[in-house]
Design a protein. Structure first.
Length: 538
């Protein structure tokens, strides 16, 4: 393998930029992680210091780079720019640094790295100490392809060719960089207007701002964008700790791996209730009744990969009684199928998945509930704490990809249900994990939108490992570690996500032969036939 999922395998464009920086500013035997702001770099620096097993503590430094093309006073027409921070550490700390990169999702994106590489090579991205009061950031136009000055000169034939290639490969159309703010607003509004009541799926994007809301006062101003879904989770957890106090959190239900790692490694730790059962809520209630305080309960709706839905009504009753926050990750359910905001203080999502669908951009969001008990505190804290680090090019891709979100979700819901029904009927399939067939279906249906479906994700287990292997190999679809893609995708999920802890995962019902399937947009009949063909080997 030459590449992989971006938070697990650092993109080669990012590795190239890190190597370029180290060649000029590093020492032999050092590595570097790249981040968009000094505040994130400082957190990485502290994490490595705290988590390192080295004695004495390793020497770590942050090298800041600033863009000479930045206009200090902003302006509507401006070249895009990006500052950059490199956290430089001994190579022996690479695994620890990688943990911060993977868990937080706050590293630079590949598109930002490619842009910074060009600026660095052209001498427009320089180490901060070089910029002095005698040599302030210039007001220059920056790289040709990004320039949007007041005077437009006719480009040369070479420049025309370069621009046409860039537009074709990157955007599919000529988009002025000054549209970035509008693109981000469109994304936020698209999310906000999907969180609605009593509206058909096809009407989700046609609601005027504020119409038909289940949550009074809710608007796109309560939607915050992040570079990845994990960044949304990590920063929400960090915000809660800073605002409400550093108590332990609760992870309820078996989650995607990095959510649990965030709660365990950043802050005082967490109580893990991996079965997501009513009995575990009983145990939590006993802890709370005895006087223990918790910061927040984090859960997925439904969970990945077992597709269980938590009892949000009971969770909210406990939160109201014992004063803790609720954070719900609705990535798998998605905005159009489920409406969980009334039960949460914050809803976090990975926009990398079905919201985008095209598998060519990452993004995340956090939505605050204006009726939540902690809304005022969180909102005030975000006015100073929030950094918009979603890179401008990524925002343009995400806005374009999400325009047909509604129609894609409708088709994916239909396809996934057809595949789940087929697998459920096969005698050699041990179990199908899908909200429609889950023992927690009533909890899911309680939050299901009027025309919402059961989503595009399902998992299956087999009676023997050999059956799992043979049917997986015979399944003629793409194989890989993501979900929400426009094409159907399968992965041996447990082996990929929990290879070093298979017994632990099995203790929570996540078997090692589990295959997770993310259903895409293919024609329903053809997709069903593809799965039937794979099942014939059993």
């Amino acid at each position: 393998m030459k590449t992989g999922y971006p938070r697990f395998f650092i993109h080669m464009s990012i590795q190239k930029l890190a190597s370029t920086i180290l060649s000029k500013f590093g020492q032999p035997g050092e590595g570097a992680m790249l981040f968009p702001t000094s505040r994130i770099a400082a957190r990485c620096h502290q994490f490595i210091k705290t988590a390192s097993q080295t004695t004495p503590a390793p020497t770590i430094r942050v090298v800041e780079f600033v863009s000479k093309t930045r206009k200090r006073n902003g302006g509507d027409k401006r070249p895009i720019w990006s500052d950059l921070c490199a956290v430089v550490y001994p190579a022996s700390e690479a695994k620890v640094a990688k943990q911060f990169w993977q868990h937080t999702g706050d590293g630079v994106s590949s598109r930002r790295a490619e842009f910074c590489q060009r600026e660095f090579d052209e001498g427009l991205l320089v180490e901060k100490s070089i910029i002095t009061t005698e040599n302030p950031p210039c007001m220059g136009k920056g790289p040709k392809r990004y320039s949007r000055g007041d005077v437009q000169l006719k480009p040369s034939a070479q420049e025309e060719e370069e621009l046409d290639t860039f537009v074709e490969e990157r955007f599919g159309r000529n988009l002025d960089m000054t549209f970035v703010d509008s693109a981000k607003l469109a994304i936020r509004r698209r999310i906000a207007e999907s969180l609605k009541a009593n509206a058909e799926l096809k009407d989700a994007l046609e609601l005027s701002n504020g119409d038909g809301r289940m949550i009074e006062g809710f608007s796109e101003n309560d939607v915050y964008l992040y570079p990845t879904g994990m960044s949304a989770i990590y920063n929400t957890h960090r915000l809660l700790m800073a605002t409400l106090g550093p108590n332990k959190s609760v992870c309820y239900g078996f989650p995607y791996i990095d959510t649990l790692k965030i709660l365990e490694k950043f802050g005082p730790g967490c109580h893990f209730y991996g079965h997501g059962s009513s009995k575990e809520l009983d145990d939590l209630e006993q802890k709370l009744e005895s006087g223990e305080r918790i910061l927040a309960l984090f859960c997925e709706f439904p969970s990945n990969p077992l597709l269980k839905a938590p009892d949000l009504q009971r969770v909210k009753a406990l939160a109201d009684k014992y004063d803790f926050a609720i954070v719900v990750d609705d990535t798998v359910g998605n905005f159009l199928n489920v409406h969980v905001l009334p039960y949460a203080d914050a809803v976090v999502s990975s926009l990398t998945k079905v919201f985008s669908g095209d598998s060519n951009v990452m993004g995340g969001s956090c939505v605050l509930n204006p009726k939540g008990r902690h809304y005022k505190q969180l909102k005030e804290a975000l006015t100073t704490d929030y950094e918009d680090n979603h890179w401008c090019e990524d925002a343009l891709f995400l806005e374009r990809n999400s325009r047909d979100f509604v129609s894609r979700v409708e088709r994916i819901n239909k396809n996934a249900e057809a595949i789940a029904d087929l697998l459920k009927s096969h005698p050699r399939i041990k179990q199908v994990y899908y909200p429609k067939y889950s023992p927690t279906r009533a909890f899911y249906d309680n939050c299901r939108c009027p025309s919402g479906g059961y989503g595009g994700l399902l998992s299956v287990t087999f009676y023997t490992a050999q059956d799992a292997i043979e049917s997986f190999d015979a399944l003629e679809i793409s194989k890989g570690p993501s979900l929400g893609t426009n094409f159907t995708l399968a992965s041996p999920y447990t082996l990929l996500a929990h290879y070093g802890e298979l017994d632990w995962a099995a203790g929570y019902g996540v078997e090692d032969n589990l295959v997770r399937i993310s259903v895409g947009l293919e024609e329903t009949g053809e997709l069903v036939e593809t799965f039937k063909k794979a099942l014939k080997v059993l």
